[in-house]
Design a protein around this ligand. Structure first.
Ligand code: ZN
Length: 192
């Protein structure tokens, strides 16, 4: 079972409870800065146009092509807000909130327009997009939960390191899905 299959009923429960849900998709041009080439093999680092360091991956999530869609069980979900990120060839955008040049994806503004003050983060990859999204979330003032049994990383050691770094940051709470259920899904039944 893929992570997306495991997450689908959980995200559905979140939607059913009336919470906003946001989906992000990498949506890269074919010449994206993070893509490996003969001179920049997978795992190496390059500088992007904002001057920051970018890790090189195999080409992935090329806009409109197979692999850029949401994973199968989620593609027909009606999320409240969709973010397509990494759309500029010269810039990486790991965070759901902003690219490496600190240009907003619109998520911060959208969440604040909806008076959202708390975010719950699930998905991939723990040491890349999850980590950078969580860091930006606290930077932008959101109480932030990262659900450790609902995230997956590319590299196990790097993922553990990222989780430890997040754990040490005030404002980020690492929790398990059963805690999320208690905090956000079962609260109504106690409001007699
Ligand atoms: Zn990417």
């Amino acid at each position: 079972m893929t992570l997306a299959h495991e997450l689908a009923p959980k995200i559905q429960a979140f939607m059913d409870a009336g919470h906003f849900t946001v989906a992000t998709q990498d949506w890269h041009p074919p010449n994206h800065v993070s893509f490996s080439s003969r001179s920049h093999p997978c795992g190496s680092h390059v500088l992007n146009s904002s001057g920051s360091d970018v890790k090189v991956f195999l080409p992935h999530c090329i806009a409109g092509l197979r692999g850029s869609d949401l994973a199968a069980p989620l593609e027909h979900f009606s999320f409240s807000f969709y973010i397509k990120k990494g759309t500029k060839a010269s810039l990486e955008c790991l965070s759901a909130f902003r690219d490496n040049a600190k240009t907003s994806t619109g998520l911060d503004e959208w969440l604040k327009s909806k008076k959202v003050d708390t975010v719950v983060i699930v998905g991939v990859a723990t040491e890349h997009c999850i980590y950078r999204t969580a860091l930006d979330a606290i930077d932008m003032g959101f109480k932030t939960y990262v659900v450790i049994d609902c995230v997956a990383g590319v590299d196990e050691i790097a993922s553990l390191k990222a989780l430890n770094k997040m754990k040490a940051l005030p404002g980020i709470e690492l929790c398990r899905w059963d805690e999320v259920e208690k905090l956000f899904l079962y609260t109504r039944q106690f409001n007699f």
